[in-house]
Each structure stands twice: as structure tokens, then as C-alpha cells.
Ligand binder design. Structure first.
Ligand code: PLP
Length: 362
């Protein structure tokens, strides 16, 4: 690799004694992290070090103006080789670049992103849970580090990757509330970037939804409150009759890696997929005609999350039981088997974790 990396290993692993069968999402972190700085127009100070706290000045720009992006991806142990494998790492690297570009941040070279991710997964492979539906979650992120209060793009940044074992995200089918007042993203905004601020904007509406007994919000476009965008932190799919429909990605919708994978897989199975705008009225009409067979959200954390109920304008629409659904449960199983390398795929999505840094250090 072009970038030299200093490796400092943890003296003692924290892995021992942890119960991997009851893992709350995003609360347990593996032994190491990868850190690099962008200073004077260059990536430098690349390090693998024990996971731990960092200290910052109160004037750190990311804290004030939100120049901060992230990715969320997963690794599993291959059921065939017993070695760690990553799912669509290159697509995540590409989306990270797209997010950084939209937020006026420097592009992270694909080589550096992939090396950081692969090295951490190889190094902390004993942290990868092997129960079905569990995985090692990988969190790369980039944030502004200039110490300054002027409103402008920062000139320095920090790139960090850390990982942690996770169990299934939404163990139960979700109840979703269709947004009526709040909006997640507008055309021309940053909705298609994985920008930290996108998530901040959804927290209050999500809390209100939760208080009213819902797990997630189905976001609509902010201009007409008519067209489906996303569901919480997932892309949204509906099965109407024998056709699977999902909205096209725009600058207000994240181009989900899981969404893209599902579209490819369904097409390869000759299941009819339509990528087109879907209005909430169309969904309600399909429901009333008995044609709305399924709805599900897709995302790295959740993989596929079945929608149990949809609430729109105080009317609750209860969807068929999971046992009666064909597409969602089948595609969830297939994706999980691909990620765990139990079944083959022809797309080159699943790659063994390989670290040139650690190989060189041997
Ligand atoms: C807003 C939003 N939409 C959709 C997704 C799904 O994207 P992916 O399948 O790449 O995880 C995510 C992230 O998981 C998200 O944060």
C-alpha cells in the first residue's frame, strides 16, 4: 500500500467473557481502530491502534457545522472457509467518496479505505459472531478537524474505522408511521449522502413516532408529501400483486447497497421489479384492493425488515402475516446466505478480508 501504517496492538483483548448471544446493536466495540489524518492536502499518520477515546478542542469544526460522514458495512465468517469475508466493500468505498464530495470533504482513496477495513476485520476476526443473522459491523467515518469557528469547509480531517459485533437489528416486524409533518431530505440537499446531520434531523420525529407505538417513519417527499422516500434508516420495497416496487434513488434518497443487491437478486430470479416513484395513495389503494402483499425495509444493519403495520392519516393498515409472504423472507434468507458465504454469487460481492499491512508486518 502507498500509505505507511503504524501498527500498535492492544496489550490484552477485551473479547474474552463477552456473551455474543445477547448483543445490543452498536454497543460493543472490537479491540482495534484505524485512524488517519488529512493535513496539508495529504493523507498521513495512518495508524492501527487499540480502540479508545480521542481528545479534541471545543472548537473542532465537525462539532459546530456538521461536516461529518460515515458508512455502515458488515463482515462475516465464511461458512465455507472459516475465514472473514466482506460484503460489497468497494460499493461502500464508492458511496463514502460520493458522500465526502457532497459535503465538500477530501476524497479518501479507495485503496486506503479498503486497506483500513480489511486490516481491522482480519486483525479482530475473533470478534466476528457466527450465529445466523449476526455479523461484525464496520463503521468508517470522516469528520472536520480544523479548530475554527469560521463557516467554511475545514482544511483538515480525521478518518477513523472501528468495528463491533452485532446481532439482528430489528428482531420483530416493524410498525411504521407515514410522515405527515417532518421531512428527511429535499431535492438539492444532502439526503443521498451518509451525512451525520441527516440522522440528527430524524431523531425528534422518530422519538414522537416511538411514543405513539411505531418503530420507524416512512419518509415522504417534502414538496407534496406524496411520494415514498425511505423508511427510517432503510430503503423501502413494496410487493403489489406479483411486482416488487421501490422508489428510484435521487439526491434525496440514499443509494442503499442492500437495495441494489436485492434488485439484482430479484431480477436474476425473474421476479418482476419496478424502480419507479410510488405514491402513498397508490399503496393505500393497492391495500384496499387486497393487492398490497408485502412491504419491507432494506439496509446493512437490518438486512430486510418486514413491515407489520403502516399508519397513514390515523388509519392503520395491517399487512399479511410473515408466513404468508413470499418475497421478503426469501430475499432476506438469500442475502444472509450470500453474506455468510453459504451460497455462491456471481457478482464478486463477497471478498475475503485481506490486509497487506498485516501481511507485511508478519
Ligand atoms: C438513510 C438510510 N437509507 C438507507 C440505508 C440502507 O443502505 P445500505 O443498504 O447501504 O445499508 C441506510 C443505511 O443503512 C440509511 O442510513
Amino acid at each position: 500500500m502507498k500509505y505507511p501504517v503504524k501498527v500498535q496492538l492492544a496489550e490484552k483483548s477485551r473479547r474474552e467473557g463477552l456473551d455474543f448471544n445477547s448483543l445490543p446493536f452498536g454497543k460493543t466495540f472490537s479491540d482495534h481502530m484505524f485512524v488517519a489524518d488529512y493535513v496539508d492536502g495529504q493523507w498521513k499518520n495512518c495508524q492501527i491502534m487499540p480502540y479508545g477515546a480521542l481528545s479534541f478542542a471545543p472548537s473542532l469544526m465537525a462539532l459546530h457545522y456538521g461536516q461529518s460522514i460515515f458508512e455502515g458495512m458488515k463482515a462475516n465468517i465464511s461458512t465455507q472457509t472459516g475465514e472473514p469475508v466482506l460484503f460489497r466493500a468497494k460499493k461502500h468505498a464508492k458511496r463514502f467518496r460520493i458522500s465526502s464530495e457532497r459535503l465538500g470533504m477530501p476524497e479518501i482513496p479507495e485503496e486506503l479505505f479498503l486497506e483500513a477495513v480489511n486490516s481491522l476485520v482480519s486483525l479482530d476476526k475473533q470478534w466476528i459472531p457466527q450465529t445466523k443473522g449476526s455479523a461484525l459491523y464496520i463503521r468508517p467515518f470522516l469528520f472536520a478537524t480544523d479548530e475554527s469557528l469560521g463557516v467554511r469547509a475545514s482544511s483538515s480531517y480525521k478518518f477513523i474505522v472501528f468495528t463491533g459485533p452485532v446481532g439482528p437489528y430489528y428482531p420483530k416486524p416493524v410498525r411504521i408511521l407515514v410522515a405527515q409533518k417532518y421531512v428527511r431530505a429535499f431535492p438539492g440537499g444532502v439526503g443521498s449522502a451518509k451525512a451525520a446531520g441527516n440522522y440528527a434531523a430524524t431523531l425528534k420525529p422518530a422519538e414522537i413516532a416511538k411514543k405513539n407505538g411505531f418503530d420507524q417513519i416512512l419518509w415522504l417527499d417534502g414538496l407534496e408529501f406524496k411520494y415514498l422516500q425511505e423508511c427510517g434508516t432503510m430503503n423501502i420495497f413494496a410487493v403489489i400483486g406479483d411486482t416488487v416496487v421501490t422508489p428510484p434513488t435521487t439526491d434525496a434518497i440514499l443509494d442503499g447497497v442492500t437495495r441494489d443487491s436485492i434488485i439484482h437478486l430479484l431480477e436474476s430470479m425473474n421476479i418482476k421489479v419496478e424502480v419507479r416513484p410510488i405514491s402513498i395513495n397508490e399503496l393505500v389503494e393497492a391495500y384496499q384492493q387486497g393487492e398490497l402483499k408485502e412491504m419491507f425495509g432494506s439496509g446493512t444493519a437490518a438486512v430486510v425488515s418486514h413491515v407489520a403495520d403502516l399508519c397513514y392519516k390515523d388509519q392503520v393498515y395491517t399487512l399479511p402475516n410473515i408466513e404468508e409472504r413470499k418475497v421478503g423472507p426469501m430475499i432476506k434468507r438469500k442475502l444472509t446466505e450470500i453474506k455468510e458465504n453459504t451460497i455462491e454469487e456471481n457478482y464478486g460481492w463477497v471478498t475475503p478480508a485481506q490486509s497487506t499491512i498485516l501481511e507485511a508486518a508478519k
